[in-house]
Design a protein around this ligand. Structure first.
Ligand SMILES: [Zn+2]
Length: 377
């Protein structure tokens, strides 16, 4: 099964990249959903465009066969680029790369999934497949509205393929860190710094005292990182500050670290320097890690074996960034991410994909889908 219709892919690519679909742009995301719906219907799939949660986030579900599905193809239709961006810098090919808003993250990936299924159809393999496509519209803002739908759908599937960008040199993503944000507010007491500082309780000093304790959460062995990334406090140079706030970015790779980190923050107020300072802490590890399991390693091996047959030496990486793969993996469904086009610089104007990866990734995904069906057939 080899994919050769590069021209057809590029034509679709230009169409989809030139549709503005920032998170929150319901109309724009719906336009993208309708584009794909039309094509999946043509393949004989059952399609359903719905707006879960607040009714403003279009999501497309397309299925072939009945649950449990062998394969879930997961992707997002929203981008980080505002309305008007596509008109400003439309889809463009320069040399052996393509540019445009969302070209890498992840409209190219959505088209890999579509064209892989079309390839399976053309070769008579689609009918034997049980596959479920889910494209959501709020990944870039944390998938708040679509998360229940993602989890419900993943629960009907045996394997999840996520079409976030493939990293240069064909590096897929086998692990993603999870994490969350914590916020610390310290309230002390104001006082004149010159006349009567002893009447004050310095909130900045109290908060600063906690920073090295937070830094100690970092643990290279478990892959946990914790960093104070925002720190505010004080207002006037001659006043003992009564308020200070900090924000902390925490990432974990080991699911067990959630408990350790959360109980650390729950007990942090007890470590305060001044008994008169009040310490308030909010936040949680609300994004679970996408951790490797025996099953996900088996899926990864199946993918890299198929890539080998296409002459590609595919390896896996771990990344600190989250995707919807974090949710499907934490629900216990073997998940491999980074199966979109090879590219880089996501969320930036110089975002690009490598055109040479189009036939490779489409062929690869159609082979992987076929193998996953055979395995269960
Ligand atoms: Zn993305």
């Amino acid at each position: 099964m080899k994919f050769t219709d590069i021209e057809g892919f590029l034509e679709d690519f230009a169409s989809v990249v030139n549709m503005d679909s920032a998170s929150g742009n319901t109309e724009g995301i719906l336009t993208v959903a309708r584009f794909f719906e039309k094509r999946f219907l043509r393949l004989g799939m059952d399609c359903d465009v719905r707006m879960p949660g607040n009714g403003k986030v279009p999501c497309l579900k397309a299925t072939m066969g009945k649950p449990p599905y062998d394969v879930m193809c997961l992707g997002h239709m929203d981008t980080v680029f505002p309305e008007g961006e596509a008109a400003k810098r439309p889809f463009e090919i320069r040399g052996d790369q393509a540019f445009g808003p969302g070209v890498c993250d992840m409209k190219g990936g959505l088209l890999v999934a579509l064209h892989a299924l079309e390839t399976l159809k053309d070769t008579g393999n689609l009918d034997t497949l049980s596959v479920c496509v889910l494209f959501n519209g709020d990944e870039e803002t944390g998938s708040d509205q679509s998360r229940p739908l993602i989890l419900e759908t993943a629960g009907q599937c045996r394997h999840v393929l996520v079409f976030e960008p493939c990293r240069p040199e064909y590096r897929l993503v086998s692990q993603r860190k999870g994490g969350g944000w914590f916020r610390i507010e310290v309230t002390g007491r104001e006082a004149h710094a010159g006349a009567d500082p002893h009447k004050g309780v310095n909130a900045v000093v109290a908060l600063a005292h906690l920073v090295p304790l937070i830094q100690n959460l970092n643990n290279e062995n478990t892959g946990t990182s914790a960093h104070v990334t925002v720190f505010h406090g004080g207002d006037k140079v001659n006043i003992i500050p009564s308020r200070a706030t900090a924000s902390v970015d925490v990432r974990i790779l080991d699911p067990g670290e959630k408990q350790r980190v959360e109980s650390f923050f729950a007990g942090l107020h007890q470590k305060r320097l001044f008994k008169d300072a009040q310490v308030r802490i909010t936040g949680a590890i609300d994004r679970p890690p996408m951790a490797e399991t025996d099953q996900s390693r088996a899926l990864q091996e199946l993918i890299t074996t198929q890539a080998e047959q296409l002459g590609i030496d595919m390896k896996a990486i771990t990344t600190g960034g989250c995707s919807d793969g974090n949710f499907t993996a934490s629900a216990g469904i073997p998940t491999i991410d980074g199966l979109g086009l090879v590219g880089a610089n996501s969320h930036r104007p110089d975002e690009y994909v490598e055109l040479a990866s189009i036939p490779v990734m489409v062929s690869l995904i159609s082979r992987v889908c076929r193998e996953l069906t055979r395995k269960n057939g």
